[in-house]
Design a protein around this ligand. Structure first.
Ligand code: NAD
Length: 351
């Protein structure tokens, strides 16, 4: 029997279909039929071949990505075969796939932070991912039973959910009392607006360029949705937050958005940068000191946090984000639309 994937033959190239024999799992491997694979803006960055570091510098993925690569790190699937050493899943189980697989030997992996591994084996980045009808997961510890949760809607939990959950946890207990500022209402942003509520938070004020996405943010329960191009953007944000600005989640991560987030922070405030759109910002150093401000980067989240998140949504309900379901064959259009800013919420490819 064969499986089909859509793989990337090189940077900025079209994804091409490829058929290959369906692998038989060995050891603790598990083979799953892919039920859904989210299309994340990080896939666009991989496709583009690097990050804009600002100041005319680029970080190239040349040598970091092996071609052909099947992208897709936000997947759910149904188990079709298990290796002889696999104990915790069985054929038929519907699972969320944790793509954040580390070497399990470095200091990060030993403390459970496989997402920070310095020699990662991430599915969809370093190994074959979910833009396929089947996927091989090296161990059942990376599978989370989705009992009671729609596996198609759940797929984005594996990256946009986990990333925003881990970032929002960095707000600490004040999440319950004070609204947070969320910059960017794309796949991650729509997830964050929902998760603030699921996590018992007060709510989110959103900053977003696209008027349609601002409307979607309001429909999803945002307190307000503000245009960053408005001349009085700072005043509007302060008015809507109605409290000191203590927590800003920058899901765009450009020089402009990080500068906006930082200049708004009040005493003891925290800017958590998640997005990777790129650029640089200049910083008034004494303002960091005088405001006792923190600027923190947040990168995905740990496999343990993903389990926490699935438990949370199993008890408190799934974040409801606009889902744009498309066929696996439409992966190229999905990437192009996301790059052009034309996707509302998240595209999930359904084989
Ligand atoms: P997306 O394209 O779905 O959403 C981005 C949103 O930002 C869009 O709605 C866009 O209109 C808006 N935007 C762009 N510029 C803006 C600006 N100046 N001000 C306000 N809004 C603006 O992308 P996504 O999938 O949500 O991912 C967002 C970013 O996060 C990407 O760079 C992605 O690579 C990164 N990311 C980081 C991690 C991590 O672990 N740190 C994980 C996943 C994704």
């Amino acid at each position: 029997m064969n499986m089909r994937c859509f793989h990337l033959p090189g940077f900025r190239a079209k994804l091409v279909p490829a058929d290959k024999p369906l692998p038989q799992p060995t050891g603790s491997e598990v083979v799953l039929k892919v039920l859904a694979a989210g299309v994340c803006h990080s896939d666009v960055h991989i496709w583009e071949g690097g990050y804009d570091l600002g100041n005319d510098q680029t970080m190239s993925f040349e040598g970091r990505v092996k071609f052909p690569l099947t992208m897709g790190h936000e997947s759910s699937g149904q188990v079709v075969a298990v290796g002889p050493d696999s104990k915790d899943v069985k054929v038929g189980d519907k699972c969320l796939i944790c793509s954040w697989i580390g070497c399990r030997e470095c200091a990060f992996c030993k403390q459970g932070d496989e997402h920070l591994c310095t020699a990662p084996r991430f599915l969809g980045v370093n190994r074959e991912g979910g833009y396929a009808d089947h996927i091989v997961v090296p161990h059942d510890r990376y599978l989370i039973d989705l009992k009671g949760v729609d596996p198609v809607a759940a797929a984005p939990l594996a990256c946009s959910g986990l990333t925003t959950y881990s970032a929002l946890k960095k707000a600490g207990p004040r999440l319950a009392d004070d609204p947070v500022l969320v910059i960017g209402a794309g796949g991650l942003g729509m997830m964050a607006i929902n998760l603030v509520r699921v996590m018992g938070g007060k709510g989110a004020v959103v900053v977003e360029l696209d008027p349609l996405k601002r409307k979607a943010a309001l429909d999803a329960g945002a307190i307000a949705a503000i245009d960053p191009k408005a001349p009085d953007v700072d005043k509007q944000i302060r008015h809507e937050l109605g409290a000191p600005v203590y927590f800003v989640l920058d899901l765009v991560g450009s020089g402009e958005t990080a500068a906006l987030g930082f200049r708004l922070l009040d005493k003891g405030g925290k800017l958590v940068v998640v997005g990777l759109f790129g650029g640089a910002m200049s910083l008034s150093v004494p303002m960091v000191t005088m405001r006792a401000a923190s600027i923190v980067g947040s990168y995905i989240g740990s496999p343990g946090e993903l389990r926490e998140l699935v438990q949370l949504v199993q008890t408190k309900g799934m974040p409801v984000i606009p889902l744009d379901k498309r066929r696996l064959e439409d992966a190229n259009e999905a990437l192009a639309d996301l790059r052009a800013g034309k996707v509302m919420g998240r595209v999930v490819l359904v084989p």
